[in-house]
Design a binder for this molecule. Sequence first.
Ligand SMILES: NC(=O)c1ccc[n+]([C@@H]2O[C@H](COP(=O)([O-])OP(=O)(O)OC[C@H]3O[C@@H](n4cnc5c(N)ncnc54)[C@H](OP(=O)(O)O)[C@@H]3O)[C@@H](O)[C@H]2O)c1
Length: 311
Amino acid sequence: MKAVVYNKKASPDKLIFCDIGKPVAGDNELLIKIKAVSLNAADYRSMKMGLIPKRKIFGADISGIVESTGKDITRFKPGDEVMADLADFGFGGLAEYVSVPERAAIFKPSEISFEDAATLPLAALTALQALRDKGCIAKGRKVLIVGCSGGVGTFAIQLAKYFDAEVTGVCSTANIQQSLSLGADFVIDYTKEDFLKSGKRYNLILAINGNYPILAYRKCLTPGGIYVMVGGSLSQIFKSLVFGRLLSFGSRKMRSLAAKANGDDLKFLASLLENGRIKPVVDRKYTLDKAPEAMTYLSQGHSTGKVIITI
Ligand SMILES: NC(=O)c1ccc[n+]([C@@H]2O[C@H](COP(=O)([O-])OP(=O)(O)OC[C@H]3O[C@@H](n4cnc5c(N)ncnc54)[C@H](OP(=O)(O)O)[C@@H]3O)[C@@H](O)[C@H]2O)c1
C-alpha cells in the first residue's frame, strides 16, 4: 500500500511517500481502507519530540471503510463506514490502510462525508473535553477562547455556543469574520488589542494557542472562574503544567487538559455534525503524496480550521 513514513530527519517536509506492506487485522482489530485523514499539531509535535509511532506513520483522525475484521470482532463487518481517533492507538492514518482496535472506531453517520468525519476526532474532542469536563461550561457563562481560528478553536466556538455560553474569540485580523460566522459574540484581534489588559473578566478561559502569561490569564478570571490550558507555545504549556496547581489557590482554578480518545464523546460530536449543530472548517485539502507539504503548512501554526488529506 501507499503510505507516508517518517524518515528520522524530524522535519515535517521530510516524510517519505512510499510503498510498504499492507497491515493485517489482528483478532480484535478492524482493517480500515482510509478515505480521509486530518492532521493535528500532535502529529508534528510528536515528530519534533522524537515520539515516533510504531509503524512510523503519523495521522490520528481517520474515516474509511472496514475492509476486513479479526476473528473476535462482532460489532463491525466489511463495508461498514467508520471513523476513529488513533491518537491513543499508535497513529497510522497517513496510509491507504490501517488496522485499529475495535474500541477505537465508531460508525460514521451516513449523512456525514468521509472528509467531514475526519475533521472531528482529536480537534473537536479536545474542544469538548476542555469546555465541558475541565471548564464546567454552562448557559450564560462568559467564555474567552484564545486561538479560536485553528482546528481546535473553530470547534470550540461552536461547541461553546451549543452550550449557550457567551463567546469571545481571539484571533488575528484575517480570521475575524470567520469566527463571527461560527457564532462568536465578540472577537478580539490580538494583533491590535492586548485582550489581557482590557479589564474584562471571564468565567472560563480556553488557552488554545499563542504564548500569554499565566498570571495575566488569572487576572482575567471572575471569582470562581476556570482557566484551561489546551495548547499553544511550549512555554505556555510548560508554565501551566508547572504553576497551574500552585495558582489554583482561592476560587480561581488553573487547569490543563490532556484530551483522551473517547468513543461516546466522538459519537456525540458526530451527532452534532449530522444535525448541523457544528460544522467543520476546512482550510486546505491535499492528496496523500502531498502529506509532507500539508504537515509543513500546519506546523507553521496559522492554518484556519483543519487540514485534510484525501486518499
Ligand atoms: N491538550 C490536549 O489534549 C490537546 C489536544 C489537541 C491539540 N492540543 C494543542 O492545541 C493547540 C492548538 O491546536 P490546533 O489544532 O487548533 O492548532 P492549529 O490549527 O495549528 O492552530 C492554528 C491557529 O492558531 C492561531 N494562532 C496562532 N498564534 C496565535 C496567537 N498568538 N494568539 C491567538 N491565536 C493564534 C492561528 O490564528 P492566526 O493565523 O490568526 O494567528 C491559527 O488559526 C496546539 O498547541 C496543540 O498541540 C492540545
